[in-house]
Each structure stands twice: as C-alpha cells, then as structure tokens.
Ligand binder design. Sequence first.
Ligand SMILES: [Zn+2]
Length: 242
Amino acid sequence: MIERLKTLYQLQLIDDQLDQLEELRGDLPVNVKILEEKIDHLEKTISEKKKEQKESLEKVKTNEKEIERFKENQKKFKSQLFQVRNNKEYDALTKEIDHIDDTIKKLTMEEDSVEESSKKLSADIEELVPILDDLKEELKERQSELKQIIKANEKEELKLREERSKIESKVKKTDVSIYLRIRKAKRGKGVASIKRGACSGCSNVVPAQRQLEIRRNNKMFTCEYCGRILISAEIAEDVEKN
Ligand SMILES: [Zn+2]
C-alpha cells in the first residue's frame, strides 16, 4: 500500500511540473483557438456571399436574354400592325404589345434590384476580406509565439512525459482514474499531504484520529472536505527527497 501511495504522489509531482509548463503558455492556446474559429466563420460568410453574388450575376444575364427576346417579339408584332385587316386584329395586336411592355418593365425592375443586391454583396466582401487577412496575420503571430514557448521547453516536457508514463504504468488503473477524476475537479491537485495537521489541498484540519490512521500508510484516505487523496507527511517528504 505504501508504494501505491508513493507512486500516486510521484504522479502528482510530475503533473505539477507539467502544469507549470502549460501555464507558461498563458492564454495563447485559448487565443489561437478563438482566432481559428473566427477565421473559419468569416471564411464561410465570405464564400456564401460570393456564391450569392455569382447567382445574382447569372440571374441578371438570364433576365437580359429574356428582355432581348421579348423586344424581338414586340418588334415583330409592331410590324404586323401595318398589315391588319380589321379593328379586331388591331386591338388584339396592341393588347399583345402592351402586355410585352409590362413584362419588359417587370424584368428590368427585377434586374435593377438584383444588380443592387449584387453591389451590396460586393461591398460586403470588400469589407470582410481585409478583416480576414488581419485575423490570419494575427493567428500566424500567435501560433509562432506559442511554438517558440513549446520549443523552449520541449526537452523538459518530453523528459517529464517519459517519466510520467513510467510512473503511471506502476500505478493501479483504478487509482489512476480516481486520481485523474479528482485532479480534474480540483484544479490539478488530486493528491494532498498532511501539513501541520491540515490537508495541504484545502487547509482544513484533519482530525487527530484520522491523522493517526493515515500515518499507518496502509489504506487510501480522502480528505473529507475537498475529496483529495490524503497521504502522510512522511510519504510526501520521502517522495520529494527523491
Ligand atoms: Zn482537503
């Protein structure tokens, strides 16, 4: 049992050092992630607007063709006006010509409004592209800063990680999962020791009777206040010495 508790505490000490390395990175990892998300979102918006714009231009083109076709028809009808034989035919033709007039007007209006929205889309895209470029530039800077920090501690981190996996392989799987669960809930500290009669994790006093039991090092105890695994001061000192 004493070995079990010792290796758990070794794991905690290694994780403390890894956490310190992580802290050196500060807000950088979070900022990089936020920037990546912003860029992703903006790229999607721009590409949607570009697609919409392309569709508008296509719509304008089809409208123009339609208008052209109606104008041709109208010309034909107008020339037929000179060959009518009676009022009835004349009225029918004029009605047709007026109807085409209306359709052309409608199509032209539609085209104007599509062109208007296409202009608006262009302006939007023009406005968004430099913002995207700035974000990409900023991301590049943050990434390189983060890379430098990681690189500066690369060797140390690697050494710690190797050591950690060696220690972890010695700890019982169930102990590891208990430890990791507490560690996650308790801001990195899964194991605490007794210092001057109190839990080093939460500073609450450990009852004398419980202290005695813990000092026997033959059972795993957790702090009744913070839930951390509690080890005796002797084990802590012993592990820290090595
Ligand atoms: Zn505690």
